[in-house]
Design a protein around this ligand. Structure first.
Ligand code: PHE
Length: 449
């Protein structure tokens, strides 16, 4: 396979690309992180801030990634070098490193969801959920499920863009949508569901003025929309020029928000109707994994059935996100070293699996990796991409946004570019400074024990 003669892989259908991008976006961030952050960050006020940031940061940045990727027809390192010149290439390594770091701990959390799904089938959920979570979240079991989850991820990525990623997304994403809506409808029938909705969405309007709420919402938007690490860029490098990019980004962003919002409508009634609010406030990372299984346990056999569906949704969301993380790394190695897909996916998958043993043995390390890579480095990467797209390549990006777009979206292009130039960089830069302070504090806390 040499660069000059090998044809680049491509998505087979437009909906295939859309579902793959939505699959990357919709994941543990929606079901595990969003509901928790919303209730902490002012309920409906957080949701409002989140929507605003999705519109002014999320969609423009996704379009920056789409445009760079489709224009460059290479993974981040190659596209940045090809379009921006030698000096930009090394920045692409940042994205590869972030992909490695995020997938290493993301797969551990995904392993927990698989483990709980297996429990639903074979043993039922444990009565004392907090102890149980502590026992399974780190150690040998966590390592085993992490390795299994990584193996499944590698298998799909080895299948290629069309035969692996696109096929898995076409099958799994519709299933996820149906299940999550079904579960939320079921949750509405629980006694005390109203109290749960209230805690989730109670509008604490002063939160809108709190900069920390904006920082939390911005980093949640980056993580949830898979922005700032070249995932969307890499997927777009498999596109032809007939895809309507602005429309695609809008559809992906709203799908992602919709699933996150509905996940909150599911999680909060469950927690409140079983009086588990203490479990949630006591632990951040474990909240979902402590509170929700306790509720299912209290429901008896029926809880095992619903619980199984619940953890299937989480695992499905997780794997379609994990494949995008691995694809960035795999595609970069394929581009740079001209390795075959199989060799690249297997070797990068092995490295990430080994690195993941650290967060699988230590949940504090997992939390720290989420802070550094899942928050700070994504924001940094997003800033780089916005500057690159809007200041280094404005003409190319304009062309990409116009190509394949309908007249309505073509008329929005000047607006999108202006936002990308003047609005996104300063906001992300400010949020990045706030995040830096938090990240430094988290690192210090970790090492001081
Ligand atoms: N967006 C995914 C989620 O919400 C996580 C992710 C982050 C995937 C960054 C790719 C890149 O779970």
């Amino acid at each position: 396979m040499t660069g000059a003669t090998a044809k680049r892989e491509a998505f087979g259908t437009r909906i295939g690309f859309l579902l793959a991008a939505a699959g990357s976006a919709v994941g543990l961030g929606n079901m595990w992180r969003f509901p928790y952050q919303a209730s902490e960050g002012g309920g409906a006020a957080f949701v409002l801030v989140y929507i605003v940031l999705t519109l002014i940061l999320g969609i423009p940045l996704m379009l920056a990634e789409f445009s760079i990727g489709r224009r460059g027809q290479l993974a981040p390192i190659g596209s940045l070098r090809k379009l921006g010149g030698r000096a930009w290439g090394p920045l692409g390594y940042l994205f590869v490193a972030v992909g490695v770091l995020i997938l290493a701990y993301y797969s551990v959390i995904a392993g927990w969801t698989v483990r709980y799904g297996v429990e639903a089938v074979f043993t039922g959920f444990a009565a004392s959920s907090a102890d149980h979570f502590a026992a399974v979240a780190s150690g040998g079991d966590a390592v085993a499920f992490h390795v299994a989850f990584m193996a499944a991820t590698v298998l799909i990525v080895v299948g290629g863009v069309k035969g692996g990623i696109e096929r898995a997304s076409l099958l799994l994403m519709p299933m996820l949508f149906v299940l999550v809506v079904g579960l939320a409808l079921w949750a509405a029938t629980l006694e005390g569901a109203g109290a749960g909705y209230l805690v989730y969405l109670k509008p604490e309007l002063d939160a809108v003025m709190n900069p920390d709420v904006w920082r939390a919402a911005a980093s949640q938007a980056f993580f949830s929309l898979s922005l700032g690490m070249g995932g969307m860029l890499t997927f777009a490098s498999y596109l032809k020029r007939d895809q309507n990019l602005p429309e695609s980004a809008t559809v992906v962003a709203f799908t992602d928000f919709g699933v996150a919002f509905v996940a909150g409508l599911l999680v909060f009634p469950v927690i409140y109707s079983f009086g588990l609010q203490d479990a949630v406030s006591a632990s951040t990372i474990g909240a979902l994994f402590i509170a929700v299984p306790s509720a299912f346990q209290a429901m008896g056999d029926w809880g095992r059935v619903v619980g199984l569906f619940f953890f299937v949704v989480l695992a499905v969301g997780a794997i379609t996100s994990a494949i995008s993380l691995l694809e960035v790394v795999t595609a970069s190695v394929m581009d740079e070293f001209r390795w075959s897909r199989r060799k690249a996916a297997l070797s990068t998958g092995t490295v990430i699996t080994l690195l993941g043993i650290v967060p699988a043995m230590n949940t504090d390390a997992l939390g720290l990796m989420d802070k550094i890579a899942g928050e700070f480095l994504l924001l940094a990467g997003g800033l780089v991409l916005a500057l690159f797209a809007a200041w280094r390549l404005p003409d190319e990006v304009r062309e990409e946004l116009l190509a394949g777009a309908s007249p309505f979206w073509q008329r929005q292009v000047p607006r999108i570019l202006a936002v990308l130039r003047y609005v996104v960089p300063p906001i992300v830069a400010i949020v990045l400074l706030f995040s830096l302070r938090e990240t430094v504090a988290a690192v210090a806390a970790f090492f001081s024990g």
